[in-house]
Write a protein that binds this ligand. Sequence first.
Ligand code: NAD
Ligand code: NAG
Ligand code: NAG
Ligand code: NAG
Ligand code: NAG
Length: 332
Amino acid sequence: MFSKVAARSFSSSATNAYKVAVLGAGGGIGQPLSLLLKLNHKVTDLALYDIKGAPGVAADVSHVPTNSTVKGYNPDQLKEALTGADVIVIPAGVPRKPGMTRDDLFNTNASIVRDLAKAAAEYAPEAALAIISNPVNSTVPIVAEVFKSKGVYNPKKLFGVTTLDVLRASRFVSEIAGTDPVNEHVSVVGGHSGITIIPLFSQTTHKDLPADKRDALVHRIQFGGDEVVKAKDGAGSATLSMAQAGARFTGALLNGLAGEKDVIECTFVESPLFKDEGVEFFSSKVTLGPEGVKQVHDLGNLSDYEDGLVKTAKETLIQNIKKGTEFVKQNP
Ligand SMILES: NC(=O)c1ccc[n+]([C@@H]2O[C@H](COP(=O)([O-])OP(=O)(O)OC[C@H]3O[C@@H](n4cnc5c(N)ncnc54)[C@H](O)[C@@H]3O)[C@@H](O)[C@H]2O)c1
Ligand SMILES: *[C@@H]1O[C@H](CO)[C@@H](O)[C@H](O)[C@H]1NC(C)=O
Ligand SMILES: *[C@@H]1O[C@H](CO)[C@@H](O)[C@H](O)[C@H]1NC(C)=O
Ligand SMILES: *[C@@H]1O[C@H](CO)[C@@H](O)[C@H](O)[C@H]1NC(C)=O
Ligand SMILES: *[C@@H]1O[C@H](CO)[C@@H](O)[C@H](O)[C@H]1NC(C)=O
């Protein structure tokens, strides 16, 4: 096998050795995500960064016997963590504290993502970015704005991770239909919160679900996160299922970079689909390739019901995207 450096000097894609950086690796998602990435054989260099605790997570994960290097980085080592990264995964955030308003909550994560994006634009401008930090509907536009302001924005390399919605869709429909979720492939399009999450069951074998069952199923997928928040009773939101979703998406990105065929995931990207209506980012099926986005697929045939959901989602997304863009303009 070529070493990464040698392979790169001949071709930009023919390699199976990648550096992946996780920013927020000490968190509820970051820790299990780091473990799952340690198990991915394409990841040869795993860089774990957080404002606290990353070296501990790195030491722990590094004992898992796969052939990769794991290193933890302290707050003053962000540059080292990012340099040479092929993929940067961002699950950083700060949970709600007593007295925080909705706006405070938004501004906290928005500032974190903005600052990490600035560092990424400087030290790893060509890396693919997978954004997990919520609200994804606004944090992805924030990263785009930062990269644009630094003159290094490449829309083919920026992804909002919506994979958890896809996992929930296949799991929840399997529970109703009595099938194996492994065989359930449901496209989930639109955005990544509440009513903007649109599973396309009309394109599956479940297109004839009675309307009441279908509505309940779609609602459960849209608000599945609430089930976890409630069950954890104040101790956080989805972390383990989200780690699995993040690892699956990162794995797909790497398979695409490596030039594997037909790597398709639903993800929130800068999208041509509804750009003429003012919706700059949208989630749909995307083929992933050596350059990142290879093809943004259109939605395919929709039922009237799904058509209605898409219409509402577009209106909401225009506002959410604007909120992200405005945030960076006002807080550069
Ligand atoms: N995309 C999705 O489907 C999805 C699902 C669940 C949660 N989330 C989001 O993922 C994010 C993380 O959730 P969590 O439960 O792991 O939260 P968490 O609070 O447990 O972990 C966040 C981590 O980020 C770290 N952090 C804070 N500021 C940082 C900075 N400037 N640089 C690097 N690291 C920093 C914290 O120290 C902490 O370890 C949240 O924004 C959450 O809303 C997304
Ligand atoms: C394992 O890692 C070492 C050191 O990076 C490398 O030389 C070797 O080729 C790797 N082995 C495999 C099977 O990838
Ligand atoms: C910001 O991230 C934290 C996790 O660190 C999460 O609990 C919170 O919900 C996020 N805020 C928003 C507005 O999504
Ligand atoms: C986008 O995310 C933010 C924070 O979660 C939320 O306030 C907003 O309502 C979301 N979009 C939707 C579902 O309208
Ligand atoms: C979409 O619907 C049209 C018209 O009913 C049909 O011709 C076409 O084959 C459908 N496409 C897919 C992908 O199912």
